[in-house]
Design a protein around this ligand. Structure first.
Ligand SMILES: [Zn+2]
Length: 341
């Protein structure tokens, strides 16, 4: 009988050794310890066992059954572990693969510079005012002391919609609208699009300006220079200096052209500044008394300063752009250079 036990044990162990799936274990389990399995059927020979040995025989059968079940359990645990490992291997993430890049746009250089200009002046207490792009002759010219025979009113320079309506040729038009509705002290910045009949490497028929206006008691050219000195240090760098040159505009008296030290050579002279060390950046001046009076402001009590700068011009100087048209071609390669992320 002992022989039979050993045989079953040995056969179960050998069969288990070659098992590779849970299904096979199930089959073997039925074969050895199932209801009609080999171990269970040993109990059928109980009738041939002498009475006094029946108890120990029963125990031997049960011990064998427990022993074989133990082998099955160990094998089952091994298989489960292997299955888990192969599942992990299949589902493993390869984190060395480059991810898919999300393509996002960035601000246009003109918007970047416009925002910087707005931030610089609002930081100095300016309010933002945006006037209409389609203006009447009055706001665009007459109120700004630009007489009928002034060259700025020539068809060559201005887009006329009809005799009285024009596309504004400058943001100075905003000055009049503000002064008509607001009493001094006034401190406004008026950014926006303007239109002129001009198209070459340094002119575009549509471009952007920022008009600044300060009206209060005792405003002079010194205030203008102080303000612009501060502004160019913010927009370019701390070494940047300004220089005022006499000029003429109908709406300011005296009028000045303002130069800044070249951002590339810092005043030494280079190709960008044509060897002079200076680059013209904007036109400005003390508001013409006639303009103040046109807007109902007493020019004996109040005075003002005004300046108008081209956003394209500042952008070109800041980034060393030589052709204004690159700003409007929407070439993605060009525009991506201004992505700051
Ligand atoms: Zn230079």
């Amino acid at each position: 009988m002992q022989e039979k036990f050993n045989q079953i044990r040995q056969s179960a162990i050998e069969s288990l050794a070659s098992v590779t799936s849970m299904r096979e274990i199930g089959e073997l389990r039925a074969k050895y310890v199932g209801k009609s399995g080999e171990v269970t059927s040993l109990l059928r020979s109980m009738k041939d066992i002498p009475n006094d040995q029946k108890a120990s025989f029963g125990k031997m059968v049960n011990d064998l059954k427990d022993e074989i079940m133990g082998y099955f359990n160990v094998k089952e645990a091994e298989l489960k572990q292997k299955e888990l490992e192969s599942q992990f291997e299949k589902e493993a993430l390869d984190i060395t693969l480059p991810g898919k890049k999300v393509v996002a746009g960035n601000l246009h250089p003109l918007n970047i510079v416009k925002n910087e200009i707005i931030n610089a002046f609002t930081g100095m207490g300016f309010e933002i005012f945006e006037g209409p792009e389609i203006e009447t002759d009055y706001y665009c010219f007459q109120a700004l002391n630009i007489p009928k025979d002034h060259p700025a009113r020539d068809m060559q320079d201005t887009f006329y919609i009809n005799d009285d309506i024009v596309l504004r040729s400058q943001t100075s038009t905003g000055q009049v609208r503000v002064m008509e509705n607001k009493k001094p002290p006034i401190k406004i910045l008026s950014p926006g699009r303007v239109y002129r009949s001009d198209d070459d490497a340094s002119h575009s028929p549509m471009f952007h300006q920022c008009e600044g206006l300060v009206v209060d008691k005792g405003i002079s050219l010194c205030d203008l220079q102080g303000l612009l000195d501060e502004f160019v240090k913010i927009i370019f760098d701390k070494q940047t200096k300004t220089r005022l040159r006499p000029s003429y505009f109908p709406f300011t008296e005296p009028s000045v052209e303002v130069d800044v030290t070249c951002s590339k050579c810092h005043g030494k002279g280079c190709s960008l500044c044509k060897g002079t060390g200076w680059i013209e950046i904007l036109g400005a001046g003390v508001v013409n008394k006639k303009v103040l009076e046109n807007c109902g402001i007493d020019s004996n009590v109040y005075s003002g300063l005004a300046f108008g700068l081209g956003i394209e011009r500042v952008t070109m100087i800041k980034y060393g752009i030589t052709d204004i048209r690159t700003l409007f071609e929407n070439n993605v390669k060009f525009l991506k250079q201004f992505d700051r992320r």
